[in-house]
Write a protein that binds this ligand. Structure first.
Ligand code: PGA
Length: 270
């Protein structure tokens, strides 16, 4: 197992929730609750809204909690009203950029080709890219999940150089599993799809594809988190609603960490 997968990745996207004060309070509480966790084995991250990011960067120690942005534009500067540049994110110490979340694809016309430009720009600027992929309910019914995910990966990651792969994380988030109306994927289903994603990554990047962390997201909660993390192909969890309270998020982290540890030691001993 490569270094990049030798860690539990666990984080949350606040979507369009939490103002500045709420974000600061959340992050301060989470930092205190998770202060004893060894960051060599667990990477905790949070992705606030743009307006709260700067304030968040002032209260968070990046050694403890990595901060991410929910989107970015690919150009450094220019006449692009309403957009935020990678340089602006760098200026405030953001480490991760989340790209391709299904809500951006669904409501804001994000497509794989635009995501590809953003991926290349973010990697060149030194960010960790958290690329979200996932099939819709319709894709699943039509049994084109593997094809859909293959297209998403192959287009979004077109032109990525091997040397940049240590900056890449993938989140598998089936669209039908996300949000209030979503049903979480069964751990077995998620594991099978992670394996398909892994195979595609290895085909695309024979040298380094095996080392890219793949996180699962979509209605993760305290009840299903442990079974999900037991799966050999699941390297981490990307959580929405169930992590928006710092205590509950901390409980999930503590529930899954020992499971992840024993899984990893078994995988390493094979
Ligand atoms: P959820 O959100 O955990 O609330 O379903 C997941 C996501 O959108 O990443």
């Amino acid at each position: 197992m490569s270094f990049a997968r030798n860690k539990l990745y666990i984080g949350t996207n606040f979507k369009m929730y939490k103002n500045i004060t709420e974000t600061e309070q959340y992050l301060q509480a989470l930092a205190i609750k998770t202060t004893d966790l060894a960051r060599e084995e667990v990477c905790v991250f949070a992705i606030p809204s743009y307006t709260a990011l700067h304030a968040a960067s002032l209260v968070v120690d990046p050694e403890q909690i990595l901060l991410g942005a929910q989107n970015v534009f690919w150009e450094d500067a220019g006449p692009f009203t309403g957009e935020v540049s990678p340089l602006m994110l760098k200026e405030i110490g953001v480490k991760i950029v989340e790209l391709g979340h299904s809500e951006r694809r669904q409501y804001f016309g994000e497509n794989d080709f635009r995501i590809n430009k953003k991926v290349l720009s973010c990697l060149a600027h030194g960010f960790i890219v958290l690329l979200c992929v996932g099939e819709t309910e319709e894709d699943k019914q039509l049994k084109i999940t593997a094809e859909r995910l293959g297209l998403q990966l192959k287009i979004a990651l077109n032109g990525v150089q091997d040397k940049r792969l240590s900056q890449l994380w993938i989140a598998y988030e089936p669209v039908w599993a996300i949000g209030e109306q979503g049903t979480p994927a069964s751990p077995e289903y998620a594991n099978t799809i992670h394996k398909i994603l892994r195979n595609t990554l290895v085909t695309m990047f024979p040298e380094r594809g095996a080392g890219i962390p793949i996180l699962y997201g979509g209605s993760v909660n305290k009840e299903n988190a442990v079974e999900l993390i037991k799966q050999p192909e699941i390297d981490g969890l990307f959580i929405g609603r169930a992590a928006w309270d710092a205590s509950r998020f901390n409980e999930i982290i503590r529930a899954v960490l020992p499971i992840w540890r024993s899984k990893t030691s078994k995988l390493l001993s094979v």
